[in-house]
Design a protein around this ligand. Structure first.
Ligand SMILES: Cc1cc2nc3c(=O)[nH]c(=O)nc-3n(C[C@H](O)[C@H](O)[C@H](O)COP(=O)(O)OP(=O)(O)OC[C@H]3O[C@@H](n4cnc5c(N)ncnc54)[C@H](O)[C@@H]3O)c2cc1C
Length: 242
């Protein structure tokens, strides 16, 4: 799908916006690592779970943990699948070692990736009526029509509907005494995680990180049953990246 324009940074004081062609700036290896990247991930996980890294102590807030871990797996998979193999010759390709050591050897990380995908897919199908009728403005009328048609194919794909009629049952999440409290808590934590994304010290990583966190935030909003029709661009951009 053509996803041509996206706002990377919005400086509210100066009302500056930057437009980036996502197809020309794919999510891939950037060389961003070390303490800076590690601090961001630690901050994100600690926000969700103050007792991090003792994962097992935070069972009740598992949804947010799973979403973030799923996103983390997705980023690692994109790094591994589009990696700078040889800097001297600018050779790019798959890095199966990274794929295995960062994701595949941990069944939970793979599971969380599937969980996150189904979570976003459910939100997209729940917003089907809106997404079907939305205006897609890529700046090219032929691409607009193609995008709308691809969107319909995704929303009403018979194979998908047969295989996965209800990708994720959000009703189960929010029932129980702690449901409303949990919703509020997750919303507040998610805001903080979005703010942490501003500190990512690599522009391309920040672009994709913010876009996908916004997508997850929009999915959460939709599945919190609010009839919210804003920010659906992020959610549509997030789904194919997972
Ligand atoms: C928002 C964001 C976006 C980024 N985007 C890019 C990018 O586009 N390209 C790029 O090259 N780099 C990107 N990075 C950096 C990348 O994610 C890694 O931090 C970096 O490659 C170093 O990897 P690492 O092996 O040290 O482990 P990291 O991936 O940094 O992981 C840190 C620790 O988190 C835990 N962990 C790892 N994966 C999971 C998981 N799925 N679930 C739960 N816990 C986990 C492990 O304990 C691990 O040691 C990004 C970082 C951030 C914070």
């Amino acid at each position: 799908m053509m996803m041509r324009l996206i706002i990377v940074s919005q400086n509210l004081l100066l009302t500056e916006m930057t437009y980036v062609n996502l197809q020309l700036n794919p999510e891939r290896y950037t060389g961003y690592n070390g303490t800076s990247a590690r601090r961001i991930w630690d901050a994100v996980y600690s926000e969700n779970c103050p007792k991090y890294p003792a994962e097992e102590l935070c069972q009740e807030e598992k949804i947010l943990y799973k979403l973030i871990s799923g996103l983390h797996s997705s980023i690692s998979v994109h790094i591994a699948s589009d990696y700078l193999i040889d800097e001297a010759t600018n050779l790019w390709g798959h890095n199966l070692e990274i794929m295995y050591y960062r994701v595949l050897q941990y069944p939970n990380r793979v599971e969380n990736l599937y969980f996150t995908f189904l979570f976003v897919l459910r939100a997209v199908t729940k917003a089907a009526e809106y997404l079907e009728q939305a205006e897609y403005d890529t700046g090219n009328p032929t691409e607009d029509l193609k995008t709308q048609s691809l969107m319909k194919q995704l929303l009403y794909d018979p194979k998908l509907q047969a295989a996965c009629p209800l990708p994720f049952d959000e009703a189960k999440l929010w029932k129980g005494r702690r449901g409303p409290e949990l919703k509020q808590k997750i919303q507040a934590q998610f805001k903080n995680i979005s703010a942490v994304m501003d500190c990512v010290g690599c522009e391309k990583c920040r672009l994709w990180g913010k876009l996908q966190v916004s997508g997850l935030g929009t999915a959460l909003k939709i599945l919190f049953s609010v009839n919210d029709e804003e920010n659906l661009v992020q959610i549509v951009s997030t789904l194919p990246r997972l």
